[in-house]
Write a protein that binds this ligand. Structure first.
Ligand code: A3P
Length: 311
């Protein structure tokens, strides 16, 4: 368990989905996660071939993990084969999260024997990644999302998975906390900006994507991802429709309808179906009132203005 002293020494705020969030290295976390992150920082040994999918929760993590898994394993598993692992497994089991699957619950796993390249996921912000990751030549792909849609996806998800003992958050209450940066792994602007700057300083190490990029031109970004990972599609693959097969395999419509995603659970806690809601850009217009739109626009301008990052 997280030591009581550690938690008592950290600033705290009312959380959502959890009674309190605690601030560690400028980011808000629910109890339990901080110890896992410290353990991840202290024990993880990176390899040059590692590929790490990083994101803010509810930004397109599930999609990016699936795309990366399909690209990396395309010679082992043809993206058009009937028994592709992505058709029978939850992608979060294929590409586990450091902080919940591996280092959660005081575990210190031995990951050295996993087949290479090892694929991992994490929501840990750039500046809190283990030194071992920063020093190795491993690759990081980050995804975030327009804060308007991000808020809607976050709010609806949390209310679906919140323990029944906790009151659901009204839209206004959730919005207030989101705008103040108080979300799991928030403030969103710090999380985004740290990876954004990382991608500028280390373009060969960090690839920065948005959900809107992928929705806008998946074909283009899929090729860029493969190039970034050092495994570009060759001309045979291009003419044989491998890219199109990966896009189809990882599409929202396809993944949402899989048996494992309709009925399975992740971490014995979250129903997989909650990871597939609408899968659209611009759904925020159905959930925002004019004052919310004005307020979030201002937050974005204040926090991201001048950074070069825009949505
Ligand atoms: P919505 O709530 O707007 O529908 P994460 O994977 O980081 O938890 O993000 C979840 C969001 O990504 C949800 O957005 C979800 O519907 C969407 N999503 C999940 N799988 C997707 C896919 N294969 N393609 C596009 N969007 C997907």
């Amino acid at each position: 368990h997280e030591s009581k002293e550690l938690l008592l020494s950290l600033p705290r705020e009312k959380g959502w989905g959890h009674p309190y969030f605690y601030s560690y290295q400028d980011i808000w976390y629910s109890p339990g996660l901080i110890q896992a992150i410290i353990s991840f920082q202290n024990h993880f040994q990176s390899k040059e071939s590692d590929i790490i999918i990083t994101s803010l929760p509810k930004s397109g993590t599930t999609w990016l993990k699936a795309l990366t898994f399909a690209i990396v394993n395309r010679n082992r598993f043809s993206p058009s084969q009937q028994n592709h692992p992505l058709l029978t497994s939850n992608v979060h089991d294929l590409v586990p999260f450091f902080e919940v699957n591996y280092y959660g619950n005081n575990q210190i796993p031995n990951l050295s024997n996993l087949p290479e390249p090892r694929l991992f996921g994490t929501h840990v912000p750039f500046n809190s990644l283990p030194d071992s990751i920063m020093k190795s030549k491993c690759k990081i792909i980050y995804i975030c999302r327009n804060p308007f849609d991000h808020f809607v996806s976050f709010w609806i998800f949390i209310n679906k998975v919140i323990p029944s003992s906790m009151p659901k958050l009204s839209r206004e209450e959730a919005f207030e906390r989101y705008s103040n940066g108080v979300t799991e792994f928030g403030p969103f602007w710090i999380h985004m900006l740290r990876y954004w700057r990382g991608s500028k300083v280390m373009p060969n190490k960090v690839m920065f994507l948005t959900y809107e990029d992928l929705k806008g031109d998946i074909n283009f970004f899929l090729k860029r991802m493969a190039e970034f990972l050092g495994i570009p599609f060759n001309s045979d693959e291009e003419s044989n429709g491998v890219i199109e097969s990966i896009i189809e395999l990882c599409s929202f419509e396809k993944m949402k309808e899989l048996e494992v995603n309709k009925n399975g659970k992740f971490l014995q806690k979250y129903e997989n179906k909650h990871f597939f809601r609408k899968g659209e850009v611009g759904d925020w217009v159905n959930h925002f009132s004019p004052w919310m739109e004005e307020k979030l626009s201002k937050v974005i301008e204040d926090k991201l203005g001048g950074s070069g990052l825009s949505f």
